[in-house]
Design a binder for this molecule. Structure first.
Ligand SMILES: Nc1ncnc2c1ncn2[C@@H]1O[C@H](COP(=O)(O)OP(=O)(O)OP(=O)(O)O)[C@@H](O)[C@H]1O
Ligand SMILES: [Mg+2]
Length: 259
């Protein structure tokens, strides 16, 4: 289940534009890692390379290496579609399938995987995933109603349920709480804490309190200027990053002095 991520000297391009340069880091299983940094520094670009999601953009490509439990994610013959199923992603805006019921939304990824499952196994999976996403009690009586009828925070937890239903190795989250109210945000943060037992979790956030609350390790990215590539500036235990970082730019950023 939970897997280790190792990135070696990764550059990420959109056509000729190098958006991210020279990232090397490793992420332990059963941990939460936060990516922070100013807008445009490449956080979304980089996180999308961890499940080959960036390749849906024409011209986007990488140089360098991403290893998942030692296996090269970009080796010839690796199917990016399969990769995206084993390494789930939750986006900034909750994106349940609007015409599908809550139940169908949870099962959507599993159906895509062409797994044939019995009605009762499907019921168990729906219940287990919704419980895992801390949503079960709120929706158990309306599983056949549209997912789009839920509140924003509930929709985001539905998307998390959909992501965990396929039993992924890793869950990537790109600003999963930025469209949510503080209560829903705390609900998601509690959930991340809980999910850490089973998954490797990476979360992009602009919220410094959130990074310090939920993550074990924090990676700070920055750019030298417009048109320059984003770089990983510092990566360490979250407590160190927020209390005693080694680089001045990290200190300035986490204390709100720029960005
Ligand atoms: N689809 C794309 N095509 C071309 N360039 C892109 C694309 N997406 C992002 N970029 C560029 O790559 C750089 C990094 O963008 P990215 O979205 O990764 O930043 P970010 O750190 O996630 O910012 P934010 O905090 O605002 O979400 C920016 O210069 C951006 O304009
Ligand atoms: Mg982004």
């Amino acid at each position: 289940m939970s897997k280790r991520i190792e990135v070696n000297d990764l550059d990420v391009y959109y056509g000729k534009f190098k958006a991210v340069e020279g990232v090397t880091l490793s992420i332990e299983p059963r941990s939460v890692t936060a990516f922070i940094g100013p807008s445009g520094c490449g956080k979304s670009t980089f996180i999308r390379t961890l499940n080959r999601m960036h390749e849906v953009i024409p011209g986007a490509h990488v140089d360098g290496e991403v290893l998942i439990d030692g296996d090269n994610l970009y080796a010839p013959g690796v199917d990016p579609v399969l990769v995206r199923r084993q390494i789930g992603m939750v986006f900034q805006r909750p994106n349940p399938f609007p015409t599908m019921s809550i139940r169908e939304n949870v099962l959507a990824g599993v159906k895509l995987n062409n797994r044939r499952i019995s009605r009762s196994d499907a019921d168990d999976l729906v219940e287990g995933s919704l419980k895992g996403a801390n949503l079960w009690n709120e929706v158990r009586d309306r599983l056949d109603r549209p997912g789009s009828g839920l509140s924003g925070g509930q929709q985001q937890r539905l998307c998390i349920a959909r992501a965990i239903a396929v039993q992924p190795d890793i869950i990537l989250m790109d600003e999963p709480c930025s469209a949510l109210d503080p209560i829903s945000t705390l609900a998601i943060e509690d959930l991340i804490e809980e999910m850490k037992k089973d998954y490797t979790i990476v979360i992009v956030t602009h919220n410094m309190q959130q990074a310090s609350r939920v993550s074990d390790r924090t990676a700070f990215f920055n750019i030298a200027g417009t048109g320059k590539p984003g770089k990983l500036i510092e990566y360490d235990d979250t407590t160190t990053m927020f209390s005693n970082p080694s680089v001045q730019a990290t200190e300035d950023y986490v204390s709100g002095r720029f960005g």
